[in-house]
Design a protein around this ligand. Sequence first.
Ligand SMILES: Nc1ncnc2c1ncn2[C@@H]1O[C@H](COP(=O)(O)OP(=O)(O)OP(=O)(O)O)[C@@H](O)[C@H]1O
Ligand SMILES: N[C@@H](CCO)C(=O)O
Length: 325
Amino acid sequence: MATLTRISEDQLRVFLDEYSELGNLVGFAGIPEGSVNSNYRVETSAGAYFLRVYEEQAFEGARNEGITLLHLSAHGVPCEAPLLRNDGERTGHIAGKPAALFAWCAGGMRCQASVSTADTAQVGAALARIHVAGSAMAGRTGRFGPAELRLRLDRIAAAADHPTLAAEAEPLRQALDANEARRRSDLPKGLVHGDLFRDNVLWDEKGTIVTLLDFESACSGAFVFDLAVTVLSWCVGDALSPELARAMVSGYESVRPLTAEEREGLHAEACFASLRFAITRITDFAMRGDEAGPRTIKDYRRFILRYQSLTAMGPDGLSRMLFKN
Ligand SMILES: Nc1ncnc2c1ncn2[C@@H]1O[C@H](COP(=O)(O)OP(=O)(O)OP(=O)(O)O)[C@@H](O)[C@H]1O
Ligand SMILES: N[C@@H](CCO)C(=O)O
């Protein structure tokens, strides 16, 4: 989340000493994007780097992200593994927190207005590549399952200083409970990214994906849940765009065709994804103060609207929108 952990130059020098061939430290600055971790751009005489200080994960969780990235990048997924340290690890510590250093990836993010069907097709195909490449990996259990979301709802309901937010808790809880009863348990599962939003994909000037970012939420889950997250984050301007969403699904299926069960299960997974992000945006953005300095605030109400529009559309409406047959 921007720069919750402030690091000193001395701490950074000690951290960088654990790597070879990084040259001398030239400068560093916090990055305002991101909601969870403290991120820095670090410049040395050898080049630019991205430093991620993990705010919500113990060392093993952070290390696991590095191992996942190493596996995926070796299997054709456009992503960067953290740099190798002198101790043979890819994760270390700074300011008492787990931390990893990545090559700085030049590339731009898409704003929603500029997203094209060619883009969503590419993102869909890249997501499917993660699913295919990660199918052999034993992903860890996710941190945003229904049980964890209910705990967050308890915190929201108890937020006496945020009465408007507290009032959102009960309807969200009822929606979550009703939707849980509809989710299929027989969907194909494996490693999912879990958070492939527009700010987690960098593009070059020719319109090709440079890298996928932020595998911190990567875990074991239903592939079609991940597809639902990605459709909802890339294909909604004022409303879900049939063209963008169809292109994303067909890009996905060009690499990994969906099963009949996945097509049927997509609506309940999309509703769950909408509730997941509505709830975490309340706890991670709306309920947080400005202790992390300037940062992007993401509006939870946009995901409540997505949930309402999916409910109005129903499973058949979503299928008609996404699938030709
Ligand atoms: N290797 C990299 N090179 C260049 N920029 C990067 C790199 N990794 C991340 N960034 C930039 O930093 C931003 C925040 O990174 P990231 O998404 O990993 O943070 P986060 O705190 O986990 O945020 P969130 O979970 O909200 O996506 C990205 O949106 C991107 O702009
Ligand atoms: N990508 C998430 C934040 C990090 O999980 C969101 O847009 O709510």
